[in-house]
Structures are given as C-alpha cells and as structure tokens.
Design a protein around this ligand. Structure first.
Ligand SMILES: *Cc1c(COP(=O)(O)O)cnc(C)c1O
Length: 439
C-alpha cells in the first residue's frame, strides 16, 4: 500500500523541523564575556600607530587564519561584502575597468565591482560544479579586463589552474570569493590561497559565523596593507605612515569596514570548529549521494577529482524529462510538504537584477556602465549565460540539510521523502495538472 503524499493531504514523512541555528560553544561565550568585562568592544582607532590594526581579539582571529591557511596575511572585516570591496580597491580596480565574474552567486560578489565604479562582465558556469567556466572566462577578456572574481559555489572549488593560467597570461588579478567554502581544497591547496586574495564570510548563514563578519587572506604584504587602509579610514593615516604603498595607491579611499572585538571573539571559537563542521557536512553529503543515485532523473553532486568539497549546501540537478515531466518546482513543493527543507534555482542570474537591466547605479549619468571613460556599450541580456539560466529556471534543487546538528537519522527522513514521492509520481502529476487547470 502506498502512503498518500503530504501535498495531497497525506501524513508528512518528517514531523519535527530541521534545525538551522549554529552551535555557539563554551569557548565563544568565555571569549565574549572577556571582551564585555574588559569594556573595549572595538580596538580600532583611525590613527597611525598600533591601534590602526584593531584590538587583541581581531588580531588573534587573524593569526588563526594565517596559521590555518598558511598565508602571511589576514585582514578581518565586518562582512565578506566589505572584504570583496576592499580587495578590489586594493587591487586598484576602478572606472572603465572590467571584472569578469560568475552570474551565479550572491549579489555582493558583483556589487563589489560596482562599488569601485567598474563594470561586471558575466561569464557562464560549468553545468556540473556550478562555478565559473574557464573557457567562458577566456571568451570575455578584452583590453579593459583587469580582474577575475571566482566563487567557490556551494562549497565546491572552482577550476583554479586554467583560471590562474589565463590570469598570468593576461596579467589579471584573481579574487577568490570563498564565502561558501572555508576549508575547501583544490589539488591540496586551501581555496583562498591560490589567487591574489581570498575572501571568507562569517555571516549568520555561513559554515562558521560571528553574526556578521568577513576575512580576507593574501600572500602579498602590500595588498594586505592596502586592505587595512580601506578597512579603517586609510586616507587619514596615509601621509603620516609614509609607506611605499602610498605612491602606488594615492587615490585609495578608506571606509569603515572594522569588525568589533565581540565578533572577533566569537570568530576565534568558531574557527576552531571549522574542520569538524566541514567533516560532518561531507559525511552527511556522501551518505545522501550514495542513496540518491538510484532515483532516475536526479544527479547528486559529483565533486571533481582532487578537491575537498565542504557542502555549504547540497545541489542536485533535476531532469524533468526522466521524472514524468513533473516540473522541479512541483517536486520541491511536494518535498516541502513532506517536511523537508529545500529550494529551487539558488538565485536569479545576477544580470537579471534591475541595476543591470536599468543600468542606474550612480545617478542619471548611468555610471559605471555609461561612464564616458568606459568606451564600450555593455548589454546584459536573457540568454547571455544559458547554463546559469537553466539551473535557475528548471534544473537545480538544493537541500540545505547536510550540516550540524543533523545526523544520518535526519538524512534518512530526506531519503524516505524522495522514495515516497518517486513511488507516487502518477499522483503528483495529477496534482500538477489539477493546479494548472484551476488557475
Ligand atoms: C554570503 C556571501 C557573500 C557575502 O557575505 P557577507 O558576509 O554577508 O557580506 C558573498 N559572496 C558569496 C558567494 C556569499 O555566499
């Protein structure tokens, strides 16, 4: 006897909700209490001298990053968005420059480019790992190209070797957006340490969190110093510090991207959990992958050789032609009705957002797109990045469940819900047709 689908009024597979709040442990609490009792909630002062680089907890967090990533410099900021912007500013990206970026990412990756008055040029993703496709990057290079921004989407590393080869050949800066991939590895190297700078997010929804926060890592002392200037009103210290970088960045504007001691204190505790948390994600993801393979029309993630995937989320490619032509969104509704959290499509291709369609960022003049210095007419059109568009519109199904505090027992509920739906595809098909007929 078949169980009636929950979407058709049957009982849910999963009754209790999945949990998504991070675990904040004893160490985080002790460190935060230390800061509160000390009263120095932020150690930053925008003056030359020791305090320019922030307080003790900020430095301790940065030191942990330096050790973990094996790079000499880490600069903690109040978000990854801030850190992405600081990296582009430090790289000297500005008006009339083009930066190649994936359209399948959180909007801030591309917004950071607009913040420097430069123009985002979108290159499509590969259909297996959903990261920017090096062959598409190559096609988008012009004499105006200054940088490539790579996103290690969903915790899977982008294919860095060919991207670094293009960058070396064309003398381009490479910024890695690792917001979703702390602890991921590409051919034995931690992501974030391969390009010129790597950016991590510590916002509430990321693998480790400080509520809000971001970190940039780099091997280049000068690059790190410029990011420190951007972080803390650099213009006021430039003259007095008399550092060689001054000549290379006379136009460097400082912002306030300072992270507090409280957030840094949480970050120190969280950072020590990182490997344990990503191990758990990998274990749960592998458990799902082994068991989802048997369902026709579902392609579970297949990490590239020589990578460590950290499963920020768990992406499945959904092929309706093998699932009785039932649309992905109907399938998602059925899964949700069974009590399984899931999403479809991730985000709209970025160039579909109004800022790109209307091209109004800095006032009526339309800068940076119509900046007189930018001698090109950029168009963002439907069809520009077909792989991204199809992932968004019909193919990608995301299960954000492979994470603590969940266990294999929770994954079994997910698998039971898939099995139940696959047993009743005829019923689900009629549900969909009814809905269409009624509307
Ligand atoms: C979350 C995220 C960001 C922005 O992080 P914030 O810390 O919230 O600014 C940037 N890029 C990607 C890919 C992200 O997932």
């Amino acid at each position: 006897m078949k169980d009636k689908l929950a979407i058709l009024g049957g009982a849910k597979v999963r009754k209790e909700p999945f949990r998504f709040l991070p675990e904040i442990g004893a160490e985080e609490k002790t460190l935060v209490r230390e800061v509160l009792e000390n009263g120095m909630l932020s150690g930053f002062v925008a003056q030359p001298g020791d305090t320019f680089l922030g307080g003790q907890k900020v430095r301790e967090l940065e030191q942990l990053c330096v050790q973990y990533f094996g790079v000499p410099h880490a600069v903690a900021m109040n978000s990854a968005t801030a850190a992405l912007h600081a990296a582009l500013a430090a790289a000297g990206i500005g008006a009339a420059d083009e930066v190649i970026v994936t359209p399948y990412t959180m909007s801030a990756t591309a917004t950071a480019i607009l913040m420097q008055n430069a123009v985002p040029i979108f290159a499509d993703i590969d259909p297996v790992h959903f990261c920017i496709d090096p062959a598409q990057v190559r096609k988008k290079i012009t004499p105006r190209t200054k940088a490539i921004m790579v996103v290690h989407l969903f915790g899977h590393p982008a294919d860095m070797d060919p991207i670094m080869a293009i960058a070396r050949e064309k003398k381009l800066v490479v910024i890695e957006d690792c917001a979703q991939a702390p602890g991921a590895e590409y051919k034995g190297k931690r992501v974030g340490t391969i390009g010129d700078a790597g950016i991590f997010s510590l916002n509430q929804h990321k693998i480790i969190t400080t509520g809000e926060g971001g970190i940039a890592v780099t091997r280049d002392a000068d690059f790190a110093f410029r990011m420190q200037l951007v972080r803390n009103h650099g213009e006021v210290v430039l003259a007095e510090m008399k550092l060689p970088s001054l000549d290379q960045a006379p136009d460097l504007l400082g912002w306030n991207y300072r992270i507090t001691e409280l957030e840094a204190a949480v970050g120190i505790g969280q950072f020590k959990r990182l490997d344990g948390l990503t191990d758990q994600r990998r274990t749960l993801a592998n458990y799902l992958t082994e068991r989802l393979k048997k369902f026709p029309g579902l392609t579970p993630p297949a990490p590239a050789k020589d990578v460590r995937h950290v499963y920020f989320t768990y992406p499945i490619v959904y092929d309706r032609t093998r699932i009785q032509d039932i649309g992905r969104d109907t399938f998602i509704k059925a899964l949700r009705a069974e009590g399984i959290p899931c999403g479809g499509g991730y985000v709209k291709p970025i160039y579909h957002q109004p800022v790109y369609q209307k091209k109004t960022v800095y006032g009526k003049q339309g800068c940076p797109f119509r900046c007189p210095l930018y001698k090109n007419e950029i168009q963002y059109r439907q069809g520009d990045c077909p792989v991204t568009e199809s992932m968004y519109a019909e193919k990608l199904l995301l299960l954000p469940v492979c994470r603590e505090p969940h266990t294999e027992w929770d994954m079994d509920d997910v698998l039971r819900a898939f099995a139940k739906i696959f047993d009743s595809l005829d019923d689900l098909k009629s549900y969909k047709e009814e809905k269409v007929a009624r509307s």
